[in-house]
Design a protein around this ligand. Sequence first.
Ligand code: PLP
Length: 439
Amino acid sequence: MKIPQFGQTKEDVLNTMRTLRDHDADWKSGKTWSLVYYAGEDILDLLQKAYTLFFSENGLNPMAFPSLQKFESEVIAMTAELLGGGSETVGNMTSGGTDSILMAVKTARDRARAEHPEISAPEMIIPSSAHAAFDKAAQYFDVKAVRIPLDSDFRADVSAMGAAITPDTILMVGSAPAYPQGVVDPIKELAALAQAHNIAFHVDSCLGGFLLPFVRKLGYPVPDFDLSVPGVTSLSVDIHKYGYAAKGASVILYHDKDFRKYQYTITTDWSGGIYASPTSAGTRPGGAIAAAWAIMNHLGEEGYLNLAAKIMQTTQNLIQGIRAIPDLQVLGEPTMSVLSFASETLDLYAVADVMNERGWHLDRQQYPTSLHLMVTPAHTDVTTMFLHDLEEATAIVRSGAASPAQGTAAMYGMLAQMTESGMAKAFIQELMDQLTHVQ
Ligand SMILES: *Cc1c(COP(=O)(O)O)cnc(C)c1O
């Protein structure tokens, strides 16, 4: 395939794109339970307008765009305040949670290199539920990731993590909450442990940072998890999740600038001039920064509280409904609006496939086999329909009437049999190759 010799009209191009979109996940109707955090047309409209206003601007050089510099500083300051930051707290915007986590690991590694040159093979201790982005960071920055099994409530196991500390440990991690079961780790205990050993401690609050503070204000129990907890040295939080910003907006916060300085890269001897960038990105979309500022100012605390109340009510209804369906168990005690459920008797991947036939998209998880729900305001009106379909789907699978494993049930079944992880990886690699292959 090559670039077409002659261009098509704008209208033709856009029409083609609109048609292709018809086959995409239907997130506005609330049938998708991951990937998109939709809070209504009004908010979408503001995000699109704010993004478009700064569509061409580049966050690479804040001195060229004082408007962007103001937006970014204020977004960071408001986020730090929301998450227990003090007068010394500093941070940067990044392109997303993965980016923020990469920065936290890179910073901890370079701090250890500077302050503990005797460490030649750095390690980080992370709960088994910590996001896969930590494995990516481990690969990129050559820090060994030591994953520790959870306790029976799906929380990080404090004593097991303590027992894993070695002289090479440079970083420990807790999640608030972790993605798989939506449970907040015992951050206070973990951070105290890290502090006692002079080890950096990162809180991954990518998912919950813009929801937990409001959930707590509404009166739901939320354990301490933020920068106000002694020993926490960095925290990641995504505005493009429950902050409802346009995609490409996350914040990485540090306890102080003495710590953060290890994140920077500064080149002073390049023929292109002095080049300094605080994070991994060079060119940065002004739109993502502008839209984050716009949504925080538009919603305000009141707006976030209202959305949080709606989400929490919906989540409670879902949890009750799922618990009432025979053979299904909600895993752990989800702290906010992310949860998963398992079954000791039913093939849940087959249940998910039946749900797919009815237009519902649920993420499949493993260890244990479970299905995952990330609740947004878009789900409030579909809860009854969802629970009804889920009950029917479990009944169909229980009766053996489901068509034999085809879709993902078959794929996960096959992967489970590839006991050698090398084989599973090769299979996934082939799949990823296919994704960028033009038919
Ligand atoms: C989403 C998420 C991440 C990664 O964020 P991206 O924006 O997808 O890169 C990291 N940690 C947790 C807990 C998450 O939910």
